[in-house]
Write a new protein. Structure first.
Length: 447
């Protein structure tokens, strides 16, 4: 539901959509069943989203906290807005009085505006993840996400709740007729159109622009990757490309994991990784230093090897340990060192390629989920806002039934969003399945 919508009975009659029909009772029962089912599916779906993020550690990411906020808004739509609007359109008038009407509209508009702002936050977050992969993830924390989400809700409340609840006192009286329920200052179609521009068309234009930039940056990255003719070099860091997004940066692997116990990691580095105490680019530098130390130690060991061999071959005679190795042995040792170093680099490159492929897969999964949400948002909210545009110039051109359908389409967006998560993200899908089947054993780490 967008924050420009209104129950447009102010421009139409005040009768039920089903009055005068010989099948009125059957139609009313049918619409109650359909609307009730949609409301129930919306509530269950969004509760599943919230529970999944709560119980599954793999879903507790900054991006999914934004989705958690969006699911809260969708849940309120499913519990409150859908059911009250169903009562309104079935009965044909508002039966619950002016106070409940204003409270319903205030909740509806605040939640709708919060949904739009959450989508904007998600779009900007994904844009900065792709275009600023080294600087932005260092600042992208749970605390920052919480502050942004709180700001979205507080700002939405300030923008809509006081105006809806107290406008009648500001202008000196209530002009909404008894039995109708709409925002009083929306009686003017031009005002309705202006809010549609600010609350729908402008945010959609910004989101489309951001995702065009994201798509452009992704294509540029793919072209750069296709031109690479060899594995990741030591100078780039064996585990992270500069183009890795936020999900990749959050999943930085330690040197010990990458080298498979080859002796390249240390406890301090693992502790810092677990605590998230520094950005990934610093860990890459430490990994390069760690490998250099390993090569240096290996060189020292190999240099002492020939002297030790001489000592063992003199039948217990005292041998000068500082005696330089023979040229033949020295050349063989150097060749052995080069071979071992090349094998280590090759192994690291293979691990890096495998890990980078996993990071790329995670990034694509996140981007695909958000794209599905935005497409669903545009498809379901556009018809109503097009009618708002038309109504500005021709107030009698749109029948009441079309307003109702467009209004319900906005609500159905809250039903579709959980399906987008499940279809585009296997972790959400598997967690939903575990929750529905009451399989709690491995749910905390389901993938």
């Amino acid at each position: 539901m967008n924050s420009s919508h209104t129950t447009n009975n102010s421009s139409g009659d005040n009768t039920s959509l089903f009055s005068g029909s010989p099948y009125m009772t059957a139609e009313i029962v049918l619409i109650i069943l359909v609307a009730g089912s949609v409301s129930l599916i919306t509530v269950i779906g969004n509760i599943l989203v919230m529970l999944s993020i709560k119980v599954n550690r793999n879903l507790q990411t900054v991006n999914n906290y934004f989705l958690f906020s969006l699911a809260c808004a969708d849940l309120i739509i499913g519990v409150c807005s859908m059911n009250l609007y169903t009562v309104y359109i079935v009965i044909g008038y508002w039966p619950l009085g002016a106070v409940v009407c204003d409270l319903w509209l205030a909740v509806d508009y605040v939640v709708s505006n919060a949904s739009v702002m959450n989508l904007l936050i998600i779009s900007f977050d994904r844009y900065f993840c792709v275009t600023k992969p080294l600087s932005y993830p260092a600042r992208r924390s749970t605390k920052m996400a919480g502050l942004m989400i709180a700001a979205a809700w507080v700002l939405s409340f300030i923008l809509w709740a006081p105006a809806i609840l107290f406008w009648q006192f500001i202008v000196g009286g209530r002009t909404v007729p008894p039995g109708e329920c709409y925002i009083q200052f929306f009686s003017n179609p031009a005002v309705t159109f202006g809010t549609a521009i600010a609350a729908f068309y402008l945010p959609v234009a910004i989101m489309i622009h951001l995702y065009w930039r994201i798509s452009k940056a992704s294509r540029s990255r793919m072209r750069r990757d296709s031109r690479k003719t060899s594995g990741t070099s030591l100078g780039e860091g064996p585990y992270h490309s500069q183009e890795d997004g936020c999900e990749g940066q959050k999943k930085c692997i330690t040197t010990t994991e990458a080298q498979g116990g080859a002796g390249g990691g240390n406890g301090k580095e693992m502790l810092q990784q677990q605590n998230g105490s520094r950005p990934c680019q610093e860990e890459r530098a430490d990994q390069v230093d760690s490998m250099a130390d390993s090569v240096h130690a290996s060189t020292s060991k190999d240099s002492a090897g020939p002297a030790s061999a001489l000592k063992g071959s003199n039948d217990g005679k005292k041998t000068d340990l500082t005696q330089p190795p023979s040229p033949e042995n020295s050349a063989a040792d150097r060749q052995s060192l080069v071979t071992r170093t090349m094998l280590k680099v090759t192994k690291q490159s293979a691990v890096a390629k495998w890990k980078k492929k996993g990071i790329s897969s995670r990034e694509k999964k996140v981007t695909r989920t958000i794209m599905a949400i935005l497409v669903a948002f545009v498809v379901t909210w556009t018809p109503y806002n097009v009618m708002v545009l038309i109504n500005t110039f021709c107030s009698s051109c749109i029948p009441n039934s079309l307003w109702t359908i467009g209004y319900w389409l906005c609500y159905i967006n809250s039903t579709i969003n959980p399906a987008c998560y499940a279809l585009c993200n296997a972790t959400f899908k598997n967690t939903f399945k575990h929750l529905l089947l009451c399989q709690y054993k491995n749910i905390r780490t389901a993938r």
